[in-house]
Design a protein around this ligand. Structure first.
Ligand code: A3D
Length: 320
């Protein structure tokens, strides 16, 4: 049986890391696409040359031609520009919307059967626009944000409790921005919900609130340190986890930006929700119940995403 084909649209910091991880995990043959000449070719060759030491079987192709992504099983989109210090994700909207148009059309014309994972910011609006431009089925187009935001939350919690990250589960829902919703009630250590751990004296509510805020600011913290771009190792790992769930039909329950058509009372929009990812793409949206406070935070986040989508429609008439 032929190896799956993984197309990475954007061969920058995240794109290169995605290619390396896909190779190390032998998820399939990789095509790195970028508009900049030389970068995808150089990174593909560099990673291919790590093969003899790592002993993976996967081909690496770098290209500036969409024809080379033909028949891809998975497309992961990072094309566009990242944040610089002082910028919010929303500041990227105008420039990255144009990029989504060309990428969406490139996927539509060359890899219409692919499972598409968008990473480009501002995430929830860009994945919506990418779906519109590509015309692919909604269940085959999703956005990576919740896996990353939850991983950040899990890392901070494991640090606080001095326990293995393996035993910490966490849920972050809503839009991938300052309004994201880390849900303490659905986050656990070895199955014990965070509010119980506060009662047990493992931490204080004040410290937990601090961790929740640090999670919300997780992207900005790294932008502030790097100064020349945004996070790329953990974002790439998170998207690879989603791609693997699809390619291996793992039926993983992962938070990601998925198309809600009635779920959570939302009509026709993308936002971070719990999903099941398997061979059918986004196979299910898991409608958890929320307390009044949680629902208010989620609604606030949904409103922020709606504002960005309206801005997209104002910029590109074909989306209106
Ligand atoms: P960067 O290293 O700049 O790579 C972006 C690449 O896109 C560059 O190589 C560009 O040449 C390429 N590119 C630009 N326009 C096009 C186009 N029209 N077609 C194809 N390629 C193009 O950025 P990065 O890899 O660090 O980040 C990529 C995106 O991911 C940015 O928008 C970030 O804001 C976003 N990001 C999202 C998250 C989430 O959790 C959602 C996390 C981190 C970064």
């Amino acid at each position: 049986m032929a190896r799956p084909k993984i197309a990475l649209i954007g061969a920058g910091q995240i794109g290169g890391t995605l290619a390396h991880l896909a190779a190390l995990k032998e998820l399939g043959d990789v095509v790195l696409f970028d508009i900049t000449e030389g970068i995808p070719q150089g990174k593909a060759l560099d990673i291919a040359e790590s093969g003899p030491s790592e002993k993976f079987d996967a081909t690496m192709v770098g290209t500036n031609d969409y024809a080379d992504i033909a028949g891809a099983d998975v497309c992961i989109v990072t094309a566009g520009v990242p944040r610089k210090p002082g910028m919010s994700r929303d500041d990227l909207l105008g420039i990255n919307l144009k990029v989504m148009k060309s990428v969406g059309e490139g996927i539509r014309d060359n890899a219409p059967d692919a499972f598409v994972i968008c990473i480009t910011n501002p995430l929830d609006a860009m994945v919506w626009a990418l779906r519109e431009f590509s015309g692919l089925p909604h269940n085959k187009v999703c956005g990576m944000a919740g896996v990353l935001d939850s991983a950040r939350f899990r890392h901070f919690l494991a640090d606080e409790f001095n326990v293995s990250m393996k035993d910490v589960t966490a849920f972050v829902l809503g839009g991938h921005g300052d309004t994201m919703v880390p849900l303490a009630r659905y986050s656990t250590v070895g199955g014990i919900p965070l509010p119980d751990l506060v009662k047990m004296g493992w931490t204080t509510q004040e410290k937990l609130d601090g961790i929740i805020q640090r999670t919300r600011d997780g992207g900005a913290e790294i932008v502030g340190l790097l100064k020349t771009g945004s996070a790329f190792y953990a974002p790439a790992t998170s998207a690879i986890e989603m791609a693997e769930a699809y390619l291996k039909d793992q039926k993983r329950l992962l938070p990601c930006a998925a198309y809600c058509d009635g779920e959570f009372g939302l009509k026709g929009m993308y936002v971070g929700v719990p999903t099941v990812i398997g061979a059918g793409g986004i196979e299910r949206i898991v409608e958890i119940s929320m307390s009044k406070d949680e629902q208010a935070m989620f609604d606030n986040s949904v409103d922020a995403v709606k504002g960005l989508v309206t801005a997209c429609k104002g910029i590109d008439e074909s989306l209106a």
